[in-house]
Design a protein around this ligand. Structure first.
Ligand code: FAD
Ligand code: SIN
Length: 542
């Protein structure tokens, strides 16, 4: 029986139904900054599946890119973004986002976010790969923590905003739930809200909204090693796909070149690219620099190039990691700029002023996602998307470092402006039946879920990682299909839980990544397929 067409009875004694003007799924930078804007016009409910601050946002290190003053110009930032995107960015979007950067960052500061300044009182702008100027505003090496803190503090005192933590959004409510068949991705699907699992009570609630914003972040846990916290399981992308919304650019998954090599630690701890911007140099473990072989920009080339180069060196040499060497840099400045990384490394016996840091690439950022227009509208009516779960056209085939926090605040602003103009014209859909859990039972063994998760992550890591081939993609597709079918079967007969739903979402997003990767018959940006690898950097086909 299909659980989502809940035409039969409600198994719960008391149904919980709420109605709000604006429903937001996710409490990272995208969800919170949208909330602050629309809350001036109506009631806002934010759902978030873990503690309210748990998000990719909280772990952002390097900072937020923006043009604040000369010698930087909008045109330089635009060109850097376009070059990094390898020809696949939407130039109109790039121009709009970059020229909005100054205004939106000022707003973030007005909301209470603090960014480091130099002794002259100017912003202490950092540099990262692919940037031709210093333009990254940061708060030491924990910029995301500071942004999340400031936004939450503001949200908490707003009378129109309520946050429900440990609420897991399961699926979008659409005409499908009224028994109407929605078959085509170009059809006129409408969003009426979501079904969400309240994990405090273990009950499924129906949350109706005039406007819904998907702000569920990324999907790093599609791979076995990632810098992303455990919440990053692609839920929003999978939900929209199931509801027949359009996705885009799903083959482009960014691997960060430098996560700390510490095999027992999951998620992986990030070593910010800003350390290379500060002068850190990548070397093989015998102390040889290698990046100049791959790109004249050396250790500060765009991420796709650096991650591929490291991957290649590791394969050629049979090493487990490369080194980031900062020993030649000003020790005090290094510790002042990167105090948390210093502390973390010291806890593992690494003093980065005296020792090299062992680093490896890890999955980091989903460049593709829910396709949105320049108002943040998805292809599903009354559903907007913003932040990492969306695909705006800014990143193209590869995201420029520190452009994602920027994209999130710009698109939260655009989505909010458009939503405010729309929401009064939208009526609630009151006739959606309750969730139907008939025929389901508690899982027999949780281990079935954890084993399938490991298998799926290992398929993606082995065959759909930094270097791909047609054969590897086909193998991934065939193997994933088995786990996909097993999981759908399990889902049909098991009471929903976050673990099961996340597994299902990870498998769905993996399947979509593979499908998009198989369709792209070229190597471009983050999608590097050795069967179409001519004209690229010297990468071995191993
Ligand atoms: P998130 O901040 O990830 O928030 C997603 C929210 O959705 C969370 O609250 C989550 O709990 C919730 N959620 C997810 N699924 C569900 C569900 N089913 N039901 C309910 N709630 C759900 N970018 C930069 O620009 N600069 C940087 O310096 C930088 N550094 C980074 C460092 C690290 C270690 C990482 C992991 C990322 C970094 N990024 C950086 C990327 C950037 O942090 C993210 O792209 C951005 O913060 C995403 O914001 P978001 O609001 O879209 O999603
Ligand atoms: C970093 O600090 O290296 C991460 C920056 C980003 O992902 O944009």
């Amino acid at each position: 029986m299909n659980k989502s067409i809940a035409l039969a009875r409600n198994l719960y004694l008391y149904s919980v139904k709420r109605k709000v003007d604006f429903l937001i799924i996710g409490s990272g930078i995208a969800g919170l900054s949208y909330a602050l804007k629309v809350a001036e016009h109506g009631k806002v409910l934010i759902l978030t599946k873990a503690n309210e601050d748990e998000s990719n946002t909280k772990y952002a290190q390097g900072g937020i890119a923006g043009v604040m003053h000369k010698p930087d110009t909008y045109e330089k930032h635009i060109q850097d973004t376009l070059v990094c995107g390898d020809g696949l960015c939407n130039e109109e979007v790039v121009r709009m986002v970059v020229t909005e950067s100054t205004e939106r960052i000022k707003e973030l500061i007005e909301w209470g976010a603090r960014f480091d300044k130099n002794p002259k009182g100017e912003f202490d702008l950092g540099k990262e790969g692919g940037h031709s100027e210093n333009r990254i505003l940061h708060h030491k090496d924990n910029t995301g923590f500071e942004i999340e803190r400031a936004l939450l503090a503001r949200v908490h005192v707003h009378p129109n905003i309520e946050i429900l933590d440990h609420y897991f959004a399961l699926e979008l409510l659409t005409q499908h739930h009224l028994g109407k068949k929605v078959t085509s991705r170009s059809s006129d699907t409408e969003c009426y809200g979501v079904f969400a699992l309240n994990t405090h009570t273990n009950r499924i609630e129906q949350l109706l909204s005039r406007i819904t914003l998907m702000a569920t972040g990324g999907a790093g846990h599609v791979y076995a090693t990632t810098t992303n916290p455990v919440i990053a399981t692609g839920d929003g992308i999978a939900m929209v796909y199931r509801a027949k919304g359009k996705l885009e650019n799903m083959e482009f998954f960014q691997f960060h070149p430098t996560s700390l090599y510490n095999p027992d630690e999951r998620p992986s701890f990030l070593i910010t690219e800003a350390m290379r911007g500060f002068g850190g140099i990548l070397k093989t473990i015998d102390g040889k620099e290698f990046m100049q072989k791959y790109d004249r920009r050396g250790s500060l080339a765009p991420r796709d190039i650096v991650a591929r180069a490291i991957d290649n060196e590791l394969k050629l040499r049979g090493d487990d990691f490369v080194h980031l060497d900062c020993r030649h840099l000003d020790k005090e400045g290094l510790i002042r700029h990167f105090p948390n990384i210093h502390k973390k490394c010291l806890s593992l016996g690494i003093d980065f002023t005296k020792d090299c840091i062992p680093v490896v690439p890890a999955s980091h950022y989903m460049c593709g996602g829910i396709k949105v227009d320049m108002n943040g509208r998805s292809t599903i009516k009354n559903l907007y998307a913003s932040g990492e779960c969306s695909c705006t056209g800014l990143h193209g085939a590869n995201r420029l470092a520190s452009n994602s926090l920027l994209e999130a605040i710009v698109y939260a602003h655009l989505s909010a402006t458009d939503s405010i103009g729309q929401f009064k014209n939208v009526n609630f859909c009151e006739s959606i039946p309750e969730w139907n859990a008939e025929g389901t039972a508690s899982p027999e063994e949780m281990v079935l879920i954890t084993q399938s998760l490991r298998e799926a992550q290992s398929i993606m890591t082995n065959y759909v990682g930094i270097v791909r081939s047609n054969l590897r993609l086909k193998r991934a597709f065939d193997r994933l299909l088995i786990i996909h079918n097993e999981t759908e079967n399990l889902y049909e007969r098991t009471t929903v839980s976050p673990e099961l739903c996340q597994l299902r979402n990870i498998i769905k997003v993996s399947y979509i990544i593979i499908k998009y990767a198989m369709m792209r018959k070229e190597s471009i940006g983050l999608h590097y397929n050795i069967d179409y690898a001519k004209n690229l950097v010297q990468i071995s086909s191993s």
